[in-house]
Write a protein that binds this ligand. Structure first.
Ligand SMILES: NC(=O)c1ccc[n+]([C@@H]2O[C@H](COP(=O)([O-])OP(=O)(O)OC[C@H]3O[C@@H](n4cnc5c(N)ncnc54)[C@H](OP(=O)(O)O)[C@@H]3O)[C@@H](O)[C@H]2O)c1
Length: 494
């Protein structure tokens, strides 16, 4: 049976960075694998006055790293058409409609349309509105719209954006990208939780002591300075990626592994987040901004950043979930720029054994019943290494009887990971299949913003003492103190 997918892609922002770095290579990989074949076409649109020939050269250049043979690249690029226009101009959509209909007939696309909005979000509303008013949606095939982050900058703006989109598209036609949901190891969270009795039976507050989620970046703001300075780490990373990961880690078992059932459980998990009162923000969340390092500029000295910017480049927080499964278990989250290394990991720290039979003195010395035996820790390495690690206590080799921590380690084979689809490829494939499981749904977005808005508002009203961490560290000392005050510490320390 053929795996071929049939669709017309219209990429708004076809000349942009995202299109060239991510979308064209991902579409090409789908083409190489036979998911896209004869029955697909792509319209790239933006203001630049490019010709189709020039567009084909750009497509070909964007695939340079893939070392593909030139004939395949040329064949692939021949499916691409460029149309120069301003998305705020209604005329644009009339020519777009004609071109879409022509390509639909030429390639046999059966009215299937995917609109990819790879542009600044302030254009999303006008694009959606024109797609409807100029009748670009079809009646005979599917119509889907894929949109990029950020989805609003607070709950109100996200709702306004959603209202604009839902005037044209139903919720089940809207695919909100969170590229973390396209990562192999993030998708693995449900596999290990619900595919292994040992984990699911222990996955609650009786056995888990705390959970730590770290999304650490080594680079500074780079070319995203203008956007980042208006956003900050809380909005850029916590509202979306971290809360999405948290919902996958904490949701109850879905009835079936389907988009709707998973969404229902994720929403329940997000709605169980304990909302912070403004006066609790300072004790539960830490913000940071990097200063200068040995060979790195301070954030405030970066290009296009104002010298008195109070934007957070680091966040650490303690999140509590008020439900039967998680009551009392702190979820510590952190993310930031110019940290020690680039990686994403999740550490699930289990409770220690209540008695250490190997050292009775130890039991007597501890009031809280937990012993000095190391806790078991399940680490999910999301990137760059992809795999799992489990720390256990075992007997130290040799005479006598001492215990020592050992690690069970599994990493995906480098060859298998190299051939595995990149997040955008996976997500484009899902969108072609009409499967929005690994996209964010409106209620999840709404609940995440409501949680984050309280923190952001408190920060906006209180001056930070920035800069407060050095590049190459894991953020301000206060992020360590956050755990220390609960008797915990970060599993990853540099
Ligand atoms: N780049 C990434 O890795 C990345 C990652 C995550 C999310 N995103 C999100 O993806 C979106 C696109 O990002 P990007 O980095 O690709 O931005 P970009 O490089 O600045 O591209 C913006 C695109 O919009 C077009 N454009 C701007 N104004 C227009 C108008 N009035 N009419 C028609 N076209 C117009 C530009 O082309 P012309 O100048 O030729 O008109 C360009 O193709 C943003 O929402 C961003 O937040 C990007």
């Amino acid at each position: 049976m053929s795996n071929e997918k049939i669709a017309l892609f219209t990429i708004f922002g076809g000349t942009g960075d995202l299109a060239q770095r991510k979308l064209y290579p991902s579409l090409f990989k789908l083409y190489q694998k036979g998911y896209l074949k004869d029955h697909f076409a792509v319209i790239g649109t933006a203001r630049r006055p490019w010709t189709d020939d020039h567009y084909h050269e750009v497509i070909s250049d964007s695939l340079a790293d893939l070392n593909a043979d030139q004939e395949t690249v040329t064949q692939f690029a021949s499916h691409f058409y460029y149309q120069s226009h301003d998305v705020t101009d209604a005329e644009h959509y009339r020519t777009l409609k004609k071109l879409s209909e022509k390509l639909d007939a030429q390639y046999g696309l059966q009215g299937n349309r995917i609109f990819y909005l790879a542009m600044a979000p302030n254009f999303f509303g006008t694009i959606a509105q024109h797609l409807r008013s100029e009748n670009i949606l079809t009646d005979n095939g599917f119509n889907r719209v894929i949109i990029e982050k950020p989805f609003g900058h607070d709950y109100e703006s996200a709702k306004e954006l959603n209202d604009q989109l839902t005037a044209t598209f139903n919720e089940n036609q809207i695919y909100r990208i969170d590229h973390y949901l396209g990562k192999e190891m993030i998708q693995n969270i449900t596999a290990i939780r619900f595919g292994n009795n040992i984990w699911e039976s222990l996955w609650n507050n009786r056995y888990i002591d705390n959970v730590q989620i770290t999304l650490s970046e080594k680079l500074g703001v780079e070319e995203r300075a203008v956007y980042y300075d208006n956003s900050g780490a809380l909005r850029d990373m916590v509202q979306n990626h971290i809360l999405q990961i948290l919902s996958l880690l904490t949701m109850d078992q879905p009835v079936e592994f389907t988009e709707n059932d998973i969404d229902v459980e994720k929403v329940k998990a997000l709605r169980s987040l304990r909302p912070l009162k403004p006066e609790e923000v300072a004790t539960n969340f830490v913000r940071g901004q990097y200063g200068a390092g040995d060979d790195a500029k301070a954030y405030r000295d970066e290009d296009k950043i104002s010298s008195d910017s109070n934007t957070d480049t680091f966040v650490a927080g303690k999140v509590m979930i008020d439900n039967y499964r998680w009551s009392g278990v702190p979820f510590y989250i952190r993310t930031g720029k110019r940290l020690a290394d680039k990686f994403t990991r999740i550490d699930v720290v289990f409770k220690r054994p209540v008695v250490n039979i190997f050292n009775h003195e130890d039991v007597r010395a501890n009031d809280d019943a937990a012993t000095s035996l190391d806790p078991n820790i399940l680490t999910i390495n999301v990137e760059p290494t992809e795999g799992f690690e489990l720390r256990m206590n075992a007997k130290a080799i040799g005479q006598g009887f001492a215990t020592t921590p050992v690690k069970l380690n599994y990493s995906h084979d480098a060859e298998a990971t190299a051939g595995s689809p990149e997040a955008y490829e996976r997500l484009l494939h899902d969108a072609l299949n009409g499967d929005a499981t690994n996209f964010t749904h409106w209620q999840e977005v709404a609940d995440s913003w409501k949680f984050v808005d309280v923190i952001q508002k408190y920060w906006d009203e209180h001056q930070p003492e920035f800069p407060n961490y050095r590049p190459g560290t894991m953020g301000p000392d206060a992020a360590d103190e956050l755990l220390r005050q609960d008797g915990h510490r970060w599993v990853y320390r540099n």
